[in-house]
Design a protein around this ligand. Structure first.
Ligand code: ATP
Ligand code: MG
Length: 188
């Protein structure tokens, strides 16, 4: 028999109650794919815990934005949509898969269900007894952190792939200029 959370989400049911859901990402940057999934989870769960993974990483081509910048991107975008039933928890890497779930547990509120499309994260949480669900992917070809970072470096249109608040945070923090600096080497 499935857990209560599994039944409710599978049936597309709507409820408010005890259910706390976990969503994990690096959010480099937060984009419209993440946003669609979190809006959906927030409309069904009582609370959404959003873990910003690899929180210590920034100023790298694959991870250009700081945890604080990613925090702003997520919180402003959700608030712009009138969503307030979320908590954001930045979490550092431990580079030790067998203890990673305990590490996350030590830093976040207890949760009933984990939403992820990442096979390793799903596996690690399932092995610890969690209900894990894979959200639908939205326009994954374009709503993708890698694709957005590629466009940023190549002066292609990326703003259309992120919530308005994300484009504002990136502009305020000179994010594109930072990425272009990261792409340069000292031999140029
Ligand atoms: P990157 O290319 O940098 O890995 P990403 O787009 O995969 O970026 P992540 O922060 O790595 O974003 O992913 C967080 C979670 O969001 C993962 O479970 C990922 O599968 C999911 N996700 C990513 N893109 C989409 C999308 N377009 N629709 C729904 N979920 C998505
Ligand atoms: Mg990814």
């Amino acid at each position: 028999m499935c857990h209560r959370c599994c039944r409710i989400f599978a049936e597309g049911g709507n409820y408010k109650g005890e259910m706390r859901a976990l969503y994990i990402g690096r959010f480099q940057p937060y984009h419209l794919g993440h946003h669609a999934v979190i809006k959906e989870i927030a409309s069904k769960a009582d609370e959404v815990i959003i873990v910003i993974g690899s929180a210590q990483r920034s100023h790298e081509l694959e991870n250009p934005f700081t945890a604080g910048e990613r925090y702003l991107m997520i919180s402003k975008s959700l608030r712009d949509n009138g969503i307030s039933n979320f908590y954001i928890v930045p979490i550092l890497d431990v580079n030790w898969n067998a203890v990673w779930v305990s590490h996350v547990e030590s830093l976040m509120p207890p949760v009933d269900v984990v939403f992820t499309n990442n096979p390793l994260i799903a596996r690690l949480f399932k092995e610890r007894g969690y209900e894990v669900q894979a959200p639908l992917l939205f326009n994954r070809k374009e709503y993708s952190g890698s694709e957005i970072r590629r466009r940023m470096l190549n002066n292609e249109s990326w703003e259309v792939l992120v919530p308005k608040a994300v484009a504002e945070v990136i502009k305020e923090t000179n994010g594109i200029s930072r990425m272009k600096t990261l792409a340069r080497s000292d031999t140029e």
